[in-house]
Design a binder for this molecule. Structure first.
Ligand SMILES: O=P(O)(O)OC[C@H]1O[C@H](OP(=O)(O)OP(=O)(O)O)[C@H](O)[C@@H]1O
Ligand SMILES: O=c1cc[nH]c(=O)[nH]1
Ligand SMILES: [Mg+2]
Length: 210
């Protein structure tokens, strides 16, 4: 079963409060999502492997130091709302390649509809981080992960800002190999499939389309 990490760093939690507030406008919402993604990047990369290297400092030659051992990362935002997390992640992982999976949730059935997929050619060699601020029923995350696995992806993590228990369970059941990183695990879904207390429609709030 995939592990679930709720990243309870005070800066993440403080910024999340402002993301949730109805009175937060598009400009601030976008900046805060970006900042939270960067703070979450710090945590999600905690276990990246290091190797020992030798460097010359101004004081000695051949000092032993540490460097990332070349693990390749791929970021996969789920369109649209996942786009809001890309820049924050790239601040900390600037060499990551970025693939895109376009999905929208049918408002009646709540089932995901895929409309676009474009991925780096070497996804099977990369540690992929799927990005979406919202994990509600889990249908979109599961469809994105299915799409990646059908194209030979091997290592996948899922990073969301707010999740409902229903979505976490759905991903754990369908993809037990995928660990989930969250800023908050909320109470439930409402009758329209929105996360409670949640933050509303992340895509609309990011792009000002309501
Ligand atoms: O877990 P689920 O029940 O599938 O719901 C979550 C999905 O819903 C939202 O996307 P939406 O369909 O609103 O598309 P958008 O990002 O284009 O607004 C959100 O960004 C997730 O992708
Ligand atoms: O609460 C929710 C659920 C799905 N998608 C969103 O953007 N928000
Ligand atoms: Mg939306």
């Amino acid at each position: 079963m995939g592990k679930v990490y709720v990243l309870d760093h005070p800066l993440i939690q403080h910024k999340l409060t402002y993301i949730r507030k109805e009175s937060t406008g598009t400009k601030d919402f976008r900046e805060l999502v970006d900042e939270v993604a960067a703070l979450m990047a710090f945590e999600i990369t905690r276990d990246l492997p290091l190797e020992e290297v030798e460097i010359d400092t101004p004081v000695i030659s051949g000092a032993k130091a540490k460097a990332l051992s070349g693990k390749k990362i791929g970021l996969v935002p789920i369109l649209r709302a996942g786009l809001g997390m890309v820049d924050g992640m790239l601040q900390l992982i600037p060499a990551a390649k970025v693939g895109h999976v376009g999905l929208y949730r049918d408002p009646e059935t709540l089932k995901p509809v895929e409309y676009y997929v474009k991925l780096p050619s070497d996804i099977e060699e990369r540690e992929l981080i799927v990005l979406d601020p919202m994990l509600a029923t889990g249908g979109s995350a599961n469809a994105a992960i299915d799409s990646l696995k059908n194209r030979d992806a091997r290592q996948i993590r899922l990073m969301c800002i707010v999740a409902a228990p229903e979505g976490v369970e759905a991903v754990q059941e369908a993809h037990p190999d995928v660990d989930i990183y969250l800023a908050a695990l909320d109470e439930k879904l409402n009758e329209k499939g929105y996360i409670v207390p949640g933050l509303g429609d992340a895509g609309d709030r990011l792009f000002g389309t309501k």
